[in-house]
Design a protein around this ligand. Sequence first.
Ligand code: ADP
Ligand code: MG
Length: 366
Amino acid sequence: MNQPRPAQILDSLATAVLGFDERLQLEWMNPAAEELFAVGLRQGRDRAFETLFPERTDLVQRAREVLAQPRVVSEREIWLQRPGDGGRLVDVTFSPLPLEGDRLGLLVEATLSDRRSRIAQEGRRIEEQRALRRVVRGLAHEVKNPLGGLRGAAQLLAAHLPDPALAEYTEVMEHEVDRLLKLLESLQGPRRARQLAPLNIHQVLERVRRLVGAEAPEGVAILRDYDPSLPEITGDFDQLVQVFLNLAQNAVQAVAGQGGGRVVLRTRVERNYTIEGNRHPLALRVDVADNGPGIPEAEQSQIFYPLVTSRAEGRGLGLSIAQDLVTAHGGVIDLQSRPGETVFQVTLPLAPPAEGETNEHGAPGL
Ligand SMILES: Nc1ncnc2c1ncn2[C@@H]1O[C@H](COP(=O)(O)OP(=O)(O)O)[C@@H](O)[C@H]1O
Ligand SMILES: [Mg+2]
């Protein structure tokens, strides 16, 4: 049987593979690497390792460590700048590469991170939801004005009724108009401007835990799993309470009525997290997890839209408002769900973007 030569195997690999000598100068790369690192390394001049990831000088240090105490090192989700196409998120592995004459070089393997497609989808989803929120807010605003007129007219009518027994009808009108106005106000979402301050996310979560704990049915445990090393973030305390309250209430509702219902509030540090194309060296992740029945795959993309609910008494606004507030903080909400385990994952950068950069919060009118 004809064995393929190692060089042929390398050429056929989908994984980008690059070989550097002991001075971290490029010796060779396979076609997949040529495609991935399209610029920079191909020319004869720029063949130093540090031109691979110009933003990440720490990786040069990592590469040197691999050579100094031969070992294998992996790094996930590194942003690879590519002029013209916005860049790629890659996972890389550095391994020691024995060369002739007892020298030790560096082997670099790079693959596209599987997070990339998820991030792209997320961007689309956020865009769609933002557009929908805008429509809903605009509509709510338009409908509120004539309702105010109706309400005033019903009151006038009530004052001039010839038969007091007819007041029953004007009361129904006022009551129903008020109900509609309330609904429209909640559809408009939070209207006050953000009040940003440094805060400890655990204080936010403790507030939430007390609030949901007080109303959780018997048999539902609300547990915490906090990483105490989490840095402070800048955010709006009350808005973040609202976010995690909405998520935790849903979780409690999901496990209520089953035995051994559990809701966990979990915090973690995330490194090199990309949100809407912006890379954050450090971000904070809060999971709201429950062991309820889960959310069917087909419904997962819809539950974030306003008015989508599966509960008879539900308004379908909790997730939409949470999503709105998290986006205003520059963060994202992810969802993983299967029967017995549902996790809403909120990732927040250490500081939110400047007002107006991500959405229209606090804008007058809508
Ligand atoms: N943890 C969860 N487990 C199962 N289903 C959930 C969970 N969180 C949200 N959902 C689903 O998403 C829907 C929308 O949630 P939400 O926007 O808070 O509105 P509401 O709570 O008023 O129904 C819920 O009706 C429910 O079907
Ligand atoms: Mg809810």
